[in-house]
Ligand binder design. Sequence first.
Ligand SMILES: C[S@@+](CC[C@H](N)C(=O)[O-])C[C@H]1O[C@@H](n2cnc3c(N)ncnc32)[C@H](O)[C@@H]1O
Length: 332
Amino acid sequence: MEKERKHLQELYTLASGYQISSVLFEALRLGIFSAIGERSVSLKALAERVKVSETALKRFLGVLQALGLIEHSGNRYGNARLAGKYLSQHSMTYCGDLFIHNETLMRPWSQLHQCLKKGSMLTPPGSVLKRYPQQLRRYLLSMHAAGRIKSALISRAVPMKNYHCMLDVGGGMGTYAAAFSQINKNLSATVYDLQPVVPHAKRYIRHCGLEARVHVVAGECLAEPFPAEPYDLVFISNVLHMYAAAEVRKLIKKAAKTLVKKGTLLIHDYIAGTGNPVAVALFDMTMLVGTPAGRCHEQEELGRWMLSAGLSDIKTAEVGGGSSIIFGTRKK
Ligand SMILES: C[S@@+](CC[C@H](N)C(=O)[O-])C[C@H]1O[C@@H](n2cnc3c(N)ncnc32)[C@H](O)[C@@H]1O
């Protein structure tokens, strides 16, 4: 009987995943964790702060408590450690934007059935394309939220102190270029991304006071040449999964060519065959429903493409949250 109960619970947990994410998205949208902050608050005060019905909020907080995100004592509610550290905007390590972005994926995910039939994503309606500027900002903020944490994890696996000149291909807001340049004061970096992203990156680099060492250049990394300069580090983070194998091979070759001898190509991505298998497999489905030809490329094939581009000493390491790095050195 115990076994059946356990099996049923496992299946029930799988089937109610969307309900858990709906609760998390709503809590973030209402700003519950930020409204609670570092101290505990009464139910009444919290309901006033987030402007919802007190009785409904009590029930809603019950779910957050059951999920281990909120603590409750008497009539007062406080953030549990995890929520206080990552989901309250008062925390230095806030990354709620990352999860708010996940909510925008619900629309393409709702088309999973049609995408499985068709074998690729459906054409998005015009209304989605119209919201592009707001979506781009939200998207970049979510990448930034993850990047602030993951840049520290990556620089532990690949020490930044040895590099002088870095190219960050599809660098987004410049989160990694800025973080690595803050670690190594002798590093100068070029963030290379599509034109609409450039103002966002420039703003962030200015905010960090790094304009003298971190430059932002607009361009399309597949069709246009990289900003000319040999680099001793080319970083490609969360870009390759958007493209099919032929483009990825081309990009790896191009990146390897721009490196000086003994320079490093460092790829950060959701890589099949390494990292949390559930996170990677789900990410692969996100690429199926959300990109024309993207997917999580295999660790083995990425390694092979790097070798054939003239790189050697290929290594892989897990970063966290599903993503990993694979990196190699240019031989000559
Ligand atoms: C998922 S975001 C990753 C941002 C950042 N590298 C990170 O890991 O947080 C992908 C970035 O690649 C850029 N990108 C995608 N295709 C590109 C292309 N063909 N040329 C230049 N940039 C591209 C996008 O504009 C976006 O900023």
